[in-house]
Design a protein around this ligand. Structure first.
Ligand code: SAM
Ligand code: SF4
Length: 329
């Protein structure tokens, strides 16, 4: 599927739930309004839609959320999509998780053909972890990461860098990742949803963080690419990769190959835009897959050229309905 700017869309991020057991400062407010269950796609609907996307040319699929591993019955969907891997229709099947439920699911994920997963971890300090995520779950997250590695999954750590919260802990995270065999990617905060108001307080441009890191570690530019927005370096001292996702201060839209599907069946072609195609009513009304395929193609054709996040003047997406926990990060 090519969009109107010639980008080949091969990557689907599938949000399977808006629920989460954590309440990260930058993602979900404590009083988050959860969706009525009837608005959320059933596991069968998620499986059917994923199959349609794969039929249209999606080759890489990432499960996300909310927290994908708190969705009841998630293992059924994982096994079903694992069959697409076995059939050679899906080249990469993966997951982004907060890690706290990984220990129970790691073997199933590996058996379904996952090779690498991303685990979000913003601090190694229990008190900071609790402050950032709202829950005392650091031990469970670390246990989940260890279980995933033991099951044969390569774990990449994702860390959102927050001024005043964890920006001074990056060296410790780099050291810990080096000692435990994980690559790490640092993520710049994005001004999404209601939390957009606080964004200015937390935002640190990743160029600044990179300069600080480069003063203490030997960074060598790496050609490694994941087809996503991350840019990588090799850290000579640890032998691991360090990635940067600077969505706000560096635009990466020209290479964007992805679309997202929310857990309610809205396809969004850009995280920085509210435009979306409602696939759920079409899916529920249609006997065959034709109308859904046509709607997906139309959504891809309308993919905007670039996101509209702006740091200067901070035009935040405060009015955006599709918060990260619904859209899937
Ligand atoms: N619950 C899973 C997790 O935390 O990995 C998957 C969903 S979460 C929404 C996906 C990613 O989005 C996480 O790495 C999270 O840190 C990131 N994220 C959420 N809100 C963000 C924001 N406002 N700016 C930047 N990254 C954000
Ligand atoms: Fe939950 Fe992930 Fe959002 Fe944190 S970032 S609240 S773990 S969905």
């Amino acid at each position: 599927m090519f969009d109107s700017f010639g980008r080949d869309i091969t990557y689907l991020r599938l949000s399977v739930t808006d629920r989460c057991n954590l309440r990260c400062l930058y993602c979900m407010p404590d009083d988050v309004e959860l969706l009525p269950r009837c608005d959320v796609l059933s596991l069968e609907e998620l499986r059917r839609l994923a199959g349609i996307f794969i039929g249209l040319g999606i080759r890489k699929l990432r499960l996300t959320g909310g927290e994908p591993l708190v969705r009841r019955g998630i293992e059924t969907l994982v096994r079903g999509l694992g069959r697409e891997v076995v059939a050679g229709r899906l080249e990469e099947f993966t997951l982004t998780t907060n890690g706290t439920h990984l220990a129970e699911h790691a073997d199933t994920l590996r058996a379904a053909g996952m090779r690498r997963i991303n685990v979000s971890l913003d601090s190694l300090d229990p008190e900071r972890f609790r402050r950032i995520t709202g829950r005392d779950e650091l031990p469970r997250a670390l246990e989940g990461i260890a279980a995933a590695a033991a099951a044969g999954l390569e774990v990449k750590i994702n860390t959102v860098v927050l001024k005043g919260e964890n920006a001074d802990e990056i060296d410790d995270l780099i050291r810990w990742c080096g000692a435990n065999g994980h690559d790490i990617t640092l993520i710049e905060t994005m001004p999404l949803g209601r939390l957009a108001e606080c964004h200015r307080d937390w935002h640190v441009p990743l160029d600044e963080i990179r300069r600080r890191i480069a003063a203490r570690w030997t960074l060598r530019p790496s050609h490694h690419r994941t087809g996503g927005p991350a840019r990588f370096f090799e850290i000579a001292e640890t032998g691991r990769r360090l990635g940067f996702i600077a969505a706000v201060s560096h635009r990466f839209c020209s290479e964007c190959n992805r679309v997202r599907l929310t857990c309610t069946g809205t396809m969004t072609a850009c995280l920085g835009s509210d435009a979306g195609v409602e696939l759920r009513p079409i899916l529920r009304a249609a006997d065959g897959d034709g109308p859904v395929e046509a709607a997906i193609r139309a959504g891809v054709a309308a993919k905007p050229q670039g996101h509209g996040f702006a740091v200067a003047g901070f035009r935040a997406f405060a009015g955006q309905q599709s918060r990260m926990c619904r859209t899937g990060g």
